[in-house]
Design a protein around this ligand. Structure first.
Ligand code: ZN
Length: 174
């Protein structure tokens, strides 16, 4: 939670600790956390392009970004990073990440960053066919559409809020 609050004020390089200036390019990257980690499944780290390798781990997903000028008004939304992350999750195709893919797809649908093409079934499994709008063009993906139980869903939404500034609603907690 604290990471999310810091991100509202400003962001700094995870390696050299320098704060990024408005308009300056930096890399936002998502790294897997060890299994059973209290913080969730993934963490986000920001770094200067030249510092990224200094983190010493290979990112699962990364995106070059910059701070918007109006950063104090609202939390920074990392929608491009979130889209890249979704595409990578789908390509990884890990069954234990099905719920995460589904919740992330729903949040991006609300932000109009993915487009719903079809709802269908693959055998027993409900699936959403989506188009992700990325800088490189439109990427077609299929996301398993199994809604997790409320508690798991709240945890996933909270994790996505922490990683990308995405919010499903007022879920501020201690
Ligand atoms: Zn740096």
């Amino acid at each position: 939670m604290s990471e999310y609050r810091i991100a509202k004020k400003g962001r700094a390089c995870a390696v050299c600790a320098r704060e990024f200036r408005v308009g300056e390019d930096f890399v936002s990257a998502i790294f897997p956390l060890p299994e059973g980690s209290e913080e969730g499944s993934f963490e986000r780290k920001d770094a200067c392009p030249g510092c990224l390798a200094g983190i010493g781990r290979e990112p699962f997903s990364r995106w070059v970004t910059r701070l918007p000028a109006e950063k104090d008004r609202s939390p920074v939304l990392d929608l491009s990073l979130a889209q890249d992350f979704l595409v990578r999750l789908v390509h990884e195709g890990s069954p234990e990440r099905r719920s995460l893919m589904h919740i992330l797809a729903l949040l991006l649908l609300r932000k109009r960053k993915v487009k719903l093409i079809a709802q269908r079934h693959e055998g027993e499994l409900p699936v959403l066919d989506l188009i992700v709008r990325t800088a490189e063009g439109e990427v077609p993906i299929s996301v398993p559409a199994v809604m997790p139980a409320d508690e798991e869903r709240a945890g996933l939404e909270s994790e996505l809020g922490r990683l990308f500034g995405l919010s499903a609603g007022p879920v501020e907690r201690g």
